[in-house]
Design a protein around this ligand. Sequence first.
Ligand SMILES: Cc1ncc(COP(=O)(O)O)c(C=O)c1O
Length: 394
Amino acid sequence: MPGRNFLFIPGPTNVPRRIQNAINIEQEDMRAMDLPEFTKPLYEDLKKVFKTRSGRVFIFPASGTGGWESAVANTLNPGDKVLMSGFGHFSNLWIDLCQRWGLNVQALEVEWGEGVPVEKYAEILAADKKHEIKAVFATQNETATGVASDVAGVRKALDAARHPALLFVDGVSSVASIDFRMDEWGVDLCVSGSQKGFMLPTGLGIVCASQKALDMRKNSKLPKTFFDWEDQIKANDLGYFPYTPPMNLLRGLREALNMLFEEGLENVFARHNRMATAVRKAVAAWGMRPIAKEPKWYSDTVTAVATPEGFDGNEVVRHAYKYYNIAFSISLAKIAGKAFRIGHLGDMNELMILTPINAAEMAMKDLGYPLELGSGVAAAQEYLRTTKINRLEK
Ligand SMILES: Cc1ncc(COP(=O)(O)O)c(C=O)c1O
């Protein structure tokens, strides 16, 4: 098909040319004597993205799920009680993973469209006087529903109860796109992946652990080999890896960090909010709404657009792919068919974000949705036009 295919799913995201060039290099010796000059600053700079001074970053040749597995396997023990909440496909998968690891999971079922139930967590933690709960889990951004949660609020709940449980955060679709503060929020483990805010292909599970989490590894009896932090620490401290690292992706990661720092992390977050707001303006102009129930739950990286009664959201995805060469994401599990998802994260700017709005509008019009052609595009244009950013000012 002539022209390009447009990718507006919530990861993998567009890989900018600079990163593609950084990845597209000759293979190299992963034991080269000068490799630590590359790896040590890479790890240090990753800590800046997680906003931690005292934590430690691990990079696994894996995806986010591998990051989850490493977080659990290195800190907890079989039968440990953990507090979790499920409000979408990914938060539920995390619950499933913990159950399969043999943890004693207290999983709160939350209505899809809402996020981590901070007040409920506060109650449960306050009542847990014997401190049986070893870890509390929060999915910062539920990619299936486009719902962002209040991680700082979970820390407040732990502190209010003077509870020593570890705080685990899924930052797969938030880190490097939505503000995340490891040290300030007292997060013990944050899991991310390369294919979203880091603008890379899939292939790196990126995990950040606090000192407290690192100390837990000494008593953790869950089995591990590939994901063993101990092996990583020994090799990483020397600037190397315990097994063959994906050097091309690591070179790409270096370039991704350069790009994030050149723009400035806070500007990256503001840009994501701007892209997301443009999409939400369009959704409102179509007379529709996001699955996220209230503005406090709105995600700045993905919007799940709720489709009206009688319309199958996944048909919009199929139609747009078939006729307009653009990829949106289908809706999954409990909301399958009730929405379609527009990813608006990573390497993205104003004119790029008008493309999925334009395409969704055409696809929905084709499928008989009661909307006015151009209404969403006009609303987004008006927002972007009247809130211009002068890029030359920097
Ligand atoms: C919030 C969230 N957590 C976890 C995952 C799983 O990550 P991966 O697919 O990289 O293993 C995803 C994937 O999209 C996700 O969005």
